[in-house]
Ligand binder design. Structure first.
Ligand SMILES: Nc1ncnc2c1ncn2[C@@H]1O[C@H](COP(=O)(O)OP(=O)(O)O)[C@@H](O)[C@H]1O
Ligand SMILES: [Mg+2]
Length: 261
């Protein structure tokens, strides 16, 4: 479904990704892990065409997408959530999801927000669909609340609902469980599996090792921009290069998670 071929991304002197290659098969949950600054978000940004690679190629369902603008890539069936939430706090939950529906055809989230439909009939259909996605993530009873009134856990669910509203074939989740408590993280794991069971392929960047290890079919590990390992959760847990990469960071939480797993 997705093929990343020898992708390198440079920001001035910083090499954020170096010669990264891998594929993602349809209907899998694939994890992307690595210490902070490893280049995970940069890779997501290239797959969602926020910026192009410096060199290399990315194919989605056989179409080369790395030189396409984001507004052409999204309708092919790629959607994402952002590490730093992109929720409109002054809009209601249902309005936020309806913005997602517009992204199918419009260039940006902001552009979409400004272009909410004028046609009442179209709006009714969209409204009902949006409710379905809120229901899917368990936020339907709050549909009329302002997004700004939600705690982080529910905001992340809202981002997920909005990303799903674009009806993606491939969903990129960038640290969707960051800041969530244990219970919320477990619920998010279940939800991600439920998303996959509806036929959506999921590519997930996540620091929570329990989540990654329990839901992923395959894990790709980046360190300092380079892919250092790829395999099943079991293979990754015992991979020397992976353990070294995590021990080499100064993030205590990450060390403990790897050692403890
Ligand atoms: N837009 C950007 N401009 C300049 N440097 C960037 C940009 N995005 C990321 N970087 C740099 O690229 C490296 C990888 O960052 P990132 O992909 O955000 O890592 P991760 O998501 O794995 O923590 C870092 O050194 C970061 O500072
Ligand atoms: Mg990141």
């Amino acid at each position: 479904m997705l093929e990343v071929k020898s992708v390198t991304k440079k920001f001035g002197g910083v090499i954020a990704n170096q010669d990264v290659s891998f594929t993602i098969e349809e209907n899998q949950i694939v994890g992307l892990i690595g210490p902070n600054g490893a280049g995970k978000s940069t890779l997501f940004n290239m797959i969602s065409s926020i910026f192009p690679p410096t060199t290399g190629e990315i194919f989605f369902l056989g179409t080369r997408i790395d030189q396409m603008p984001a507004f052409k890539v999204a309708p092919l069936g790629i959607s994402r959530t952002f590490q730093n939430l992109q929720v409109f706090k002054n809009m209601t939950l249902i309005e936020n999801v309806m913005v997602g529906q517009h992204i199918q055809t419009k260039t940006s989230i902001l552009g979409a927000a400004l272009l909410l439909p004028s046609s009442r009939k179209e709006e009714k259909v969209m409204y009902e669909e949006a409710m379905k996605y809120l229901q899917f993530v368990g936020l339907d009873s709050l549909y009329n609340h302002k997004a700004g009134s939600l705690a982080l856990g529910k905001l992340r669910l809202l981002e997920l609902a909005r990303a799903l509203a674009t009806k993606p074939k491939l969903l990129l989740l960038d640290e969707i469980a960051a800041g969530l408590n244990h219970k919320e993280t477990q619920e998010m794991s279940e939800l991600i599996k439920k998303v996959r069971d509806t036929g959506v392929t999921v590519f997930v960047v996540e620091h929570d090792m329990d989540l990654v290890m329990s839901i992923c079919d395959k894990i790709i590990v980046l360190d300092q921009g380079m892919k250092i390992a790829e395999g099943t959760p079991k293979e990754i847990q015992t991979n020397e290069a992976v353990i070294t990469a995590y021990l080499g960071t100064d993030i205590d939480e990450e060390k403990e998670e790897v050692i403890g797993s």
